[in-house]
Design a protein around this ligand. Structure first.
Ligand code: HPA
Ligand code: ZN
Length: 337
């Protein structure tokens, strides 16, 4: 049985740092961390909300100092993603967190590009690179970084918005997104993970995002759901993340089946796989088992991801054809169109 071809659309590269990589890189770079060992670090992976996770995530990414560290982090992710059946990956990086620590933008993006540029040849995975702005930093800082990226011709494909959500509404970043849109960059933003449905509306109306990351709390607003169905707005849902960050109480209660039933363009992704108990394959396994999703529903999720990706029509056709092959092998009904 071929594995289901997957498309990763919601992945923070810093969230792929595994404990052994963190401890090894800390030792190499002479960075002192508050953890005594890999086991000690692992024992901290209990979160009560988004902020409790972000605190650990920001502590650990301190180990990244040199261009090769960013390359190695990215390459390790791509290698793991290949095992999971990923055929296309759209990855994001929190550049401001690194520049705030004195690491030049060119070191961060240079190292990541070193790995991404090898990805097709090495792993057969096409890639897209998104710079996520840190919403709890001032919008002026985001604007400055974006201007720098555009002025220097940085090889990025789009922008996102992440980190602490509540208290930092999308409207603060309308100017930044306007600049990015005029420059032809693709636009996504986290909204409605912990923040209210109004933040999702702002992301759509004021930032003009093409995809919403998470978006779980959209379900609290029927008119918003109807609109998202009508406008075919993609939602990148991250089930294991939602359980670990207490966005949902447990997997069996995840709203994904309801989202599918309402006709939302949802797809399943991994967010910060090193922290949340698994990569995209583990997310798919978990929803398959605990939500009793059928192969038809998994096929819909996979096709939604392909349709939501920032890729050429040719690449989209190739990926749909691979899903056709998977569907034919499992002997189930294929989609009508
Ligand atoms: N939400 C918001 N910001 C983030 C996340 C997340 O799940 N992961 C890394 N930055
Ligand atoms: Zn995220």
């Amino acid at each position: 049985m071929t594995t289901l071809p997957l498309v990763e659309l919601h992945l923070h590269l810093e969230g792929t740092l595994e404990p052994d990589f963190i401890m090894r890189t800390a030792a190499k770079n002479g960075v002192s961390l508050p953890w005594e060992s890999v086991e000690d670090l692992r024992s901290r992976y209990e979160f009560t909300d988004l902020q409790s996770f972000l605190d650990l995530y920001y502590t650990n990414l301190e180990v990244l100092r040199e261009r090769e560290d960013f390359r190695d982090m990215t390459d390790a992710y791509l290698r793991r993603a290949q095992q999971a059946g990923v055929r296309h990956a759209e990855v994001s990086v929190d550049v401001q967190v690194h520049t705030a620590r004195g690491i030049p933008v060119e070191v961060v993006l240079g190292g990541i590009r070193d790995a991404l540029d090898e990805s097709e040849a090495r792993y057969g995975i096409s890639t897209v690179l998104l710079v996520a702005f840190v919403r709890n930093h001032p919008p002026e800082e985001a604007q400055e970084l974006l201007d720098h990226l555009l002025r220097t011709g940085a090889r990025i494909d789009g922008i996102g918005l992440d980190s602490t959500e509540v208290g930092y509404p999308p409207r603060l970043f309308a100017g930044v997104y306007e600049t990015a849109r005029r420059a032809g960059l693709r636009l996504v933003a986290h909204a409605g993970e912990e923040g209210p449905p109004e933040y999702v509306v702002e992301a759509l109306d004021l930032l003009h995002v093409e995809r919403v990351d998470h978006g779980n709390r959209s379900l609290e607003d029927d008119a918003l759901v109807d609109r998202m169905v009508r406008e075919r707005i993609p939602l990148t849902v991250c089930p294991l993340s939602n359980v670990r960050l207490r966005v949902v109480d447990r997997m069996a209660l995840h709203p994904l089946p309801g989202m599918l039933a309402r006709g939302l363009r949802v797809s399943v992704h991994s967010d910060d796989p090193a922290y949340f108990g698994g990569y995209i394959d583990a997310n798919v396994d978990s929803i398959r088992e605990e939500l009793a999703l059928t192969d038809d529903q998994l096929e819909t999720l996979a096709r939604n991801a392909v349709d939501s990706a920032f890729i050429t029509d040719d690449r989209r056709r190739v990926l749909h054809a691979e899903i056709d092959e998977w569907a034919a092998q499992r002997g189930g009904p294929q989609s009508a169109n």
